[in-house]
Write a new protein. Structure first.
Length: 128
């Protein structure tokens, strides 16, 4: 099963009835720039993976543990659907959340753009 499919399937248990997952993306808590400075072992100790599930009603930040971003374990925080996750640039993008910074690699930039495309900048309300 593809990564996005695994993340979507495991995030489905945390959505409300009638709520639809529009996009999923993976993130991590540790900065990828930390590895050359302090080493891979320290990065493995402090890093945690997250799944960001964007639904038609809200944005869920889900814990997926220390080893993989395929299986959601718990809801860490919920953001309003009007929250813009981008714009993205470079190799990594940082998203500020109430539970801390999330780092998203370029692989998921198209998912961020798709999620943001249904939010209008002027009102912050989803478009249909």
């Amino acid at each position: 099963m593809a990564l996005r499919d695994s993340m979507r399937a495991s995030a489905a248990q945390f959505v409300e009835p009638g709520e639809t997952i529009q996009q999923v993306l993976g993130a991590q808590t540790a900065s990828p720039m930390m590895m050359p400075l302090v080493g891979a072992i320290v990065t493995l100790i402090v890093n945690k993976y997250r799944i960001v599930a964007v639904t038609d009603q809200r944005i869920l930040v889900l814990d997926s543990g220390k080893w993989s971003m395929r299986k959601a374990r718990a809801v860490l925080t919920t953001l309003p659907r009007s929250t813009r996750l981008g714009p993205t640039s470079g190799l990594w993008h940082t998203i500020e959340t109430p539970t801390g910074k999330l780092r998203v690699r370029r692989y998921f930039f198209k998912d961020i753009a798709a999620a943001d495309s249904v939010v209008t900048p002027a009102t912050g309300q989803p478009t249909n």
